[in-house]
Design a binder for this molecule. Structure first.
Ligand code: B12
Ligand code: SF4
Ligand code: SF4
Length: 315
């Protein structure tokens, strides 16, 4: 007879997750990094990161009866080239995670289905689900459930799947046996640190969000600092470089999941066409797209700059 843990994992895989694993619901050493990160102001204007600090540091403050965290990973690596292979003048880059449907909705629906399955396996269980929707540090639990290690680029890397993963967690009052943690396999590699165009990875495992193109093009409001802007290359929304160059993503499996396939015109878009699309087709053409996070003003701001010495305006 399979154990409760085995049955739960089997149900999670049946729901569609690529990885399902268990960590204890406790405070881990990596949680402490958040305090230093916030104190140094590396979160920039992401005030929500500071507001939820006490809860982010301790899952018991999010759910006092929580005993275990079930972490789930979903591969979004569709079969398209990496940004480092697509440096063509007149074309921009939208981060891989944002080509299809917004992952929050996709993952939330899957996590709800999974937590209903867990309640069938263990009646009277309480479950709380999160996918970037609350004060829970998802990568820390993914690491401590043995899904992968946190790389020097700060991404969670699964040794078989790579880092093109969305993470979601289920906090539960079930006492489950945790999975063993796997070691860090970054070794002497520093490819991500060297490739980051804005030097946002200021030291291994530390990211200054204020310099990160992902933050600047998605979360930041207002104009972008001129020095950073000049280093942003073709990026229109998000950035993939520190994952594109990671050796652990060389053989990442591809997913054919329809919801993550690129919408027409989102893969390495023509800058002029994309600008027209934002000006004339926002918000209708962006329904359920992660790009809505930047709002129309943000997308237009991201388009209003020099790309490879030319701009979307003057072409
Ligand atoms: C805020 C945030 C951002 C910010 C800041 C990123 C950051 N590194 O903190 C910005 C906007 C820049 C961002 C960008 C991206 N994000 Co984001 N983001 C988050 C969010 C909401 C919180 C992350 C957080 O807690 N940061 C706080 C700092 C302190 O943590 P950290 O930088 O991860 O640092 C950790 C390590 O460095 C480690 N550590 C520290 N010191 C040491 C020392 C040693 C020796 C070791 C081993 C480890 C270690 O511990 C720290 C705590 O985990 C999470 C969702 C969530 N609720 O968890 C998604 C999340 C991390 N993001 C995600 C994604 C997909 C992205 C992007 C790839 C999107 C894109 N293509 O543009 C980029 C990746 C950029 C990058 N290199 O991290 C995924 C990550 C999946 C994965 N495989 O890791 C998450 C989990 C969302 C999700 N639910 O799937 N993001
Ligand atoms: S996402 Fe881009 S800008 Fe941010 S750390 Fe990675 S390479 Fe640097
Ligand atoms: S590029 Fe190298 S150092 Fe950076 S996360 Fe990948 S393996 Fe680690």
């Amino acid at each position: 007879m399979p154990s409760l843990e085995e049955r739960i994992k089997e149900r999670g895989k049946a729901v569609g997750f690529d990885q399902v694993a268990v960590a204890r619901a406790e405070r881990y050493p990596e949680h402490e990094a958040l305090k230093n990160w916030l104190n140094a102001g590396l979160h920039g204007t992401m005030e929500y990161m500071a507001r939820g600090e006490a809860k982010r540091l301790d899952p018991k403050k999010v759910m006092p009866e929580a005993k275990s965290v079930i972490t789930c990973a979903l591969n979004y690596n569709t079969d398209y080239p990496y940004s480092t292979e697509c440096r063509q003048e007149g074309r921009g880059w939208i981060a891989r995670y944002a080509w299809g449907e917004d992952y929050h909705g996709v993952m939330e629906a899957m996590l709800e289905k999974f937590s209903a399955e867990i309640s069938r396996q263990a009646p009277d269980t309480r479950c709380k689900i999160y996918v970037d929707t609350g004060p829970v540090m998802e990568r820390v639990f993914a690491k401590h459930s043995g899904i992968g290690w946190i790389g020097k680029n700060t991404c969670l890397i699964d040794p078989k799947l790579g880092s093109w993963l969305f993470l979601g967690v289920i906090l539960t009052d079930l006492e489950l046996k945790p999975d063993p943690v796997i070691p860090d396999h970054c070794g002497k590699c520093a490819a991500c640190i060297e490739a980051c165009p804005t030097q946002a990875i200021t030291e291994p495992y530390r990211l200054d969000a204020r310099r990160c193109i992902s933050y600047l093009t998605i979360e930041h409001r207002g104009e972008i600092d001129a020095e950073l802007k000049s280093k942003m290359g073709s990026h229109l929304f998000g950035c993939d470089i520190c994952q594109d160059v990671c050796p652990w993503n060389k053989k990442s499996p591809r997913t054919d999941r329809p919801v993550f396939q690129p919408r027409e015109g989102f893969f390495n878009p023509d800058l002029r066409e994309f600008k027209r699309r934002v000006e004339q087709g926002y918000p209708q053409g962006f329904k359920n797209s992660p790009l809505k996070r930047a709002k129309k003003e943000g997308l237009l701001r991201n388009l209003r700059r020099n790309f490879f010495g030319g701009s979307a305006d003057n072409r």
